[in-house]
Ligand binder design. Structure first.
Ligand SMILES: *[C@@H]1O[C@H](CO)[C@@H](O)[C@H](O)[C@H]1NC(C)=O
Ligand SMILES: *[C@@H]1O[C@H](CO)[C@@H](O)[C@H](O)[C@H]1NC(C)=O
Length: 396
């Protein structure tokens, strides 16, 4: 359903094309203590998909809006990151292997999420994982196009998307409330596109991290992978129950596991055997976005047309000019009404493979046009924008 859904199918297509190579040293098996992070965690040099484009050692010198840091954190509602493209206006299907960390707080050696980029946020902590979901003004995060996609610690070749992406948290029980004690997260998945995103990072010492953060349902988007009730305009932290493992559902007391069809096969999103519902949340606390994204207040939008020439491969120099964008003051660039305008302009009817999707990776995403039903509930996003975007995606 969700737009991410189909886009995911795009990614899936590429995975098919590369099924012949799989890492002998997969990312989600690597043990990397936080104080032993190498410059680049990827080690395979024979992957046809290439090599890690950024780096994992991130510090004050790499903390800027051209950072290629690929180590990220999901700590607290005012201290978390997401993955987004390095060059401006890049469809996630083109950037999946090279996305970089964008964080809400300074201190991680990454890009900073500009104020106004996240327009709604639900941060849920359960016994076994942390889930973040929300609405975004994607242009401020360099996400282009109308498609979405999954980023996870698996990837078609086991290298992860981004290749070499590392994730840590100081918020699991093993940290005992000490913000300087970081646990490595080897099982995680994020979806971003269509002005929305979601992510889930699983506590490796918790219950069933491989199931709760399963990454094989890349065509089902946020509504099935990270069911949530995020709403544009609301910023909240909640405690939550664990969801049922991704892809698992119960009907009339019978537990079943959904099998996502091969990428070449269309999915009839109107007739999936189940509808995922968000797990119960409690003790929700709401915040003002300005308090959560203070670090981004002086960051001007990354959507600067100035560096539109950046190449999708994300070389360091590619986005170097991005900071240009002039408009010194951050506030000026905060598109308060972004979400609204996004809705208006969402090409609901665009049934063509939108221009940009040049990258070989399957721009031709199986035209499983059937799908259309609203994924709104799934993303928990009330706005029609997301749904519309998804529709457009389906049309791809
Ligand atoms: C900071 O990070 C960069 C990129 O990983 C690395 O080259 C550099 O050595 C680091 N600097 C320090 C002082 O650790
Ligand atoms: C850890 O960081 C969060 C904010 O990200 C803060 O609210 C909390 O008080 C910190 N904990 C400690 C023990 O400093």
């Amino acid at each position: 359903m969700s737009g991410s859904t189909l886009l995911l199918s795009i990614l899936a297509l590429s995975s098919v094309a590369r099924a012949d190579y799989f890492s002998k040293d997969p990312l989600n098996q690597k043990v990397v203590p936080h104080d032993q992070i190498p410059y680049q965690v990827m080690t395979d040099t024979d992957d046809p998909r290439g090599f890690q484009s950024g780096y994992n050692q991130c510090n004050s010198t790499t903390e800027n809006q051209e950072s290629l840091c690929q180590t990220m954190y999901v700590n607290h509602i005012d201290d978390w990151c997401l993955w987004a493209p390095a060059p401006p206006n890049t469809p996630i299907s083109e950037a999946e292997g090279d996305v970089v960390a964008w964080c809400s707080k300074a201190g991680h050696g990454t890009r900073i999420i500009p104020a106004g980029a996240v327009t709604g946020l639900q941060f849920v902590q359960t016994q076994s994982y942390i889930q973040v979901a929300g609405t975004i003004n994607q242009a401020l995060l360099n996400v282009g196009g109308t498609d979405g996609g999954e980023l996870d610690s698996g990837g078609q070749d086991g290298e992860g998307n981004p290749m070499g992406g590392l994730v840590y948290s100081n918020s699991f029980p093993s940290s005992n409330g000490d913000n300087n004690t970081f646990a490595q997260v080897q099982r995680w998945s994020f979806f971003i596109g269509n002005n929305a995103f979601c992510g889930k990072v699983c506590d490796m010492t918790g219950k069933n991290p491989a199931g709760l953060c399963n990454n094989i349902y890349d065509r089902l988007g946020c509504d099935y992978n990270a069911p949530n009730t995020a709403q544009e305009g609301t910023f909240e932290f909640c405690k939550g129950d664990d969801m049922i493992p991704v892809g698992t559902y119960v009907v009339n007391g019978v537990t079943s596991v959904y099998t996502q069809p091969p990428e070449a096969s269309p999915i009839d999103y109107d007739n999936l055997p189940y509808t995922a519902t968000p797990a119960p949340t409690s003790s929700c606390i709401t915040y003002q976005s300005a308090d959560l994204f203070a670090a981004g207040a002086t960051i001007s939008g990354a959507s600067a047309p100035a560096s539109a020439s950046a190449t999708p491969s994300g070389s360091a120099s590619a986005s170097a000019s991005a900071s240009g964008s002039g408009s010194g003051s951050g506030s000026g660039s905060i598109p308060a009404g972004a979400a609204t305008s996004a809705k208006a302009s969402t090409p609901v009817a665009s049934t063509k493979p939108s221009s940009g999707s040049s990258s070989g990776s399957g721009a031709a995403a199986s035209p499983s046009a059937s799908g259309s039903s609203g994924a709104a509930a799934a993303w928990g996003v009330s706005g029609a924008a997301v749904v519309a975007g998804f529709v457009a995606v389906f049309a791809l």
